[in-house]
Design a protein around this ligand. Structure first.
Ligand code: NI
Length: 134
């Protein structure tokens, strides 16, 4: 991506600008422009994600599940081996006696990632599955 910067002027409702300024202060952004650039990148990434399932995306899938649920650990492991091309790294944390938190770093087509997310959601004992695209 080019480092060139362009100054643009936008028309935004005052209420939204006030919210933006509060967020900039609360989240200690360097500037309003930096916050807008980040928001715009997320907006465009989300749009592309919906429009082009064949493009390559990267991000993390975060799971939290009860490892006591019938077959969940075996099925989860099998899914990960089946999708080894898309899943490039995993991390497992034992949250307590029953809950496990796992992050999968993925890099693949939107179609493959979507399919994987849906398969993960359907597993027994799965409590939450979140994909964060970057
Ligand atoms: Ni665990």
């Amino acid at each position: 991506m080019s480092d060139a910067i362009e100054r643009v002027s936008l028309t935004i409702p005052t209420e939204l600008v006030d919210e933006l300024d509060s967020a900039v202060e609360e989240w200690e952004y360097a500037s309003r422009s930096k916050a807008c650039r980040d928001a715009l990148r997320k907006f465009l990434t989300d749009l592309r994600w919906q429009d082009d399932p064949e493009a390559t995306y990267r991000g993390t899938i975060t799971l939290i599940y009860n490892h006591d649920a019938h077959h969940v650990t075996d099925e989860l492991l099998e899914l990960q081996h089946d999708d080894a091309e898309t899943i490039i790294a995993t991390q497992h944390v034992h949250v307590d006696d029953h809950l496990c938190l796992e992050t999968l770093v993925v890099n693949g087509s939107g179609e493959a990632i979507n399919r994987l997310v849906n398969q993960l959601r359907s597993l027994n004992g799965m409590q939450q599955v979140r994909f964060a695209i970057v």
